[in-house]
Design a protein around this ligand. Structure first.
Ligand code: F0G
Length: 471
């Protein structure tokens, strides 16, 4: 696929531009700071963008998690919160929405995605088990490891190559999966952990053909196929655009079909579902559901709220319906593409094809003179913040953490800085400002010297680690 093809893929309606299917009713002022203030803030934050105060940030592209703008309907729904401890009517609205659009039989609400990951890992994993998945995600893998499993990356090799233009870089490599099953035995694999639009690979999708094949294979071995549905709506758009036979299907139809090949899902509703907090687990198997429903009361809250307020569940139920509208998904991913295309026109190295939720700058090619041990992607996140106050996130060696057995850094092939676009929050003009700031950092790239880590927490170190510049 050429860049030109990628470009036209973003313009489904010939030469006519898309625009957001909404207008703005309420605005939130942004703070523009000067460089000396940003230098001071970054020192205070230990050169970690997670430790900055949001008041010191101009355009916040740290994450698309919980940062989206709710609609007027969702805000109206907040006023209809039924805060009964048990059996809140908002829970039933949520249950109905999940069943209608995702199709699973039973629902367990949780406070956010990692709450769901914790429960499913505790219920299904026994110490010594193995979990294959299409690339790791930080919290997902940690919960699997804490439950006693070893995670195995079985994604296709192309996913680890930022320049490969494979249209479905999120796919599972069936040969790798078969190899693992032969090595450890199907009895040691409670489930395959399949993520829609793989976050750490650059927001890359899984094809319908791949999930269909996985379903047939796993069912034959009594291995469950579980979906991380966090950004599955965006995955459905890529299937609509790229996979034969799906151009005439709606996002909602594609989503439902995809989920039908899986046995259950966990969800960080803070992404696709356009809410600031929330999550859920859904499963078809009644016995597993009973165990999950029992455990949710230990860690999250009663099984009809799972850590969310009634009003949160109402906003979430409405958000699910808004999330699967074709014009919404097209404009959301269209904005990400707009930014990516500006950067590729300037020959700035990013992960291609452009993903669903973010632009991932390829820090290895951005800073070819920096070794991975001096944290090029973390360095780039700092340089970008210093240049303009734009906040991004490291997705490379810091995020990958340490090998639990050897204690050494894991050294992922992908060393990326993520510019994550919140849904319905920033305008095209903000994207222009972002692109220009990335360009300024690119022009000054030879001056970057890297960082050293001076404080390292035990779990999910990227959130709280501290660094100092190498001078
Ligand atoms: N799965 C995926 C694919 C995610 O991206 C996340 C969170 C989770 C699970 C965990 O959900 O945050 O609600 O507990 N990703 C955020 C991010 C934090 O910035 O990518 P959570």
């Amino acid at each position: 696929m050429t860049n030109e093809t990628l470009h036209t893929m973003g313009q489904q309606h010939g030469r006519r531009s898309w625009a957001e299917p909404w207008k703005i009713k309420m605005v939130e002022p942004l703070t523009v700071t000067e460089r000396p203030a940003r230098e001071a803030a970054l020192i205070q934050a230990g050169y970690n963008t997670f430790l900055l105060r949001s008041d010191d940030v101009y355009i916040d592209l740290l994450t698309d998690s919980g940062t989206s703008a709710m609609s007027d309907r969702q805000w109206a729904g907040m006023m209809l919160g039924d805060e009964s401890y048990a059996g809140s009517r908002n829970y039933y609205h949520l249950e109905e929405a999940v069943k209608r659009y995702y199709g699973y039989a039973y629902l367990v609400p949780t406070h956010q995605g990692r709450g769901a990951e914790h429960l499913i890992s505790q219920v299904l994993i026994k110490p010594g088990d193995h979990i294959p998945g299409n690339m790791y995600f930080t919290t997902t893998r940690l919960h699997q490891e804490l439950a006693g499993a070893t995670f195995h990356d079985v994604i296709i090799d192309e996913a680890h190559d930022p320049t490969s233009l494979d249209p479905f870089k999120g796919n599972v490599d069936m040969a790798k999966l078969r190899g693992l099953v032969e090595e450890v035995g199907a009895a040691k694999i409670p489930y395959v952990s399949l993520a829609g639009t793989v976050n750490m690979a650059g927001g890359q999708p899984v094809s319908m053909a791949n999930v269909r094949e996985l379903h047939a294979y796993c069912a034959g071995l009594a291995i469950k196929l579980l979906l991380d549905a966090t950004r599955m709506v965006e995955n459905a758009l890529f299937i609509q655009e790229r996979e034969e036979g799906y151009a005439g299907r709606t996002i909602a139809q594609i989503l439902l079909e995809f989920c039908s090949y899986t046995d259950g899902a966990w969800m960080s509703a803070k992404k696709d579902h356009l809410v600031n907090i929330g999550g859920w687990l859904a499963i078809n198997d009644r016995d597993t559901f009973e165990e999950l429903r029992n455990l949710v009361v230990v860690y999250e809250g009663l099984h009809t709220y799972g850590g969310m307020a009634g009003r949160d569940m109402e906003a979430l139920a409405i958000g699910i319906t808004e999330a699967v509208q074709d014009d919404h998904v097209r404009s959301r991913v269209g904005q990400v593409r707009y930014l990516g295309e500006l950067l590729t026109e300037w020959d700035i190295p990013i992960v291609l094809p452009i993903g669903g939720h973010a632009i991932f700058l390829d820090a290895k090619r951005f800073y070819p003179h920096l070794a991975q041990d001096v944290f090029p992607a973390q360095t780039l996140a700092c340089e970008l913040y210093l240049d303009s106050g734009i906040r991004s996130m490291e997705r490379g060696i810091v995020s990958a953490g340490r090998d639990p057995e050897t204690g050494d850094h894991k050294r992922p092939k992908l060393e990326l800085t993520r510019l994550t676009i919140p849904r319905r929050v920033y305008t095209q003009a903000h994207m222009d400002v972002v692109a220009e700031s990335v360009k300024a950092c690119f022009d000054a790239r030879d001056a970057a010297t890297g960082l050293r880590m001076v404080f390292e927490p035990k779990y999910l170190r990227f959130f709280q680690a501290r660094f100092e510049p190498i001078v």
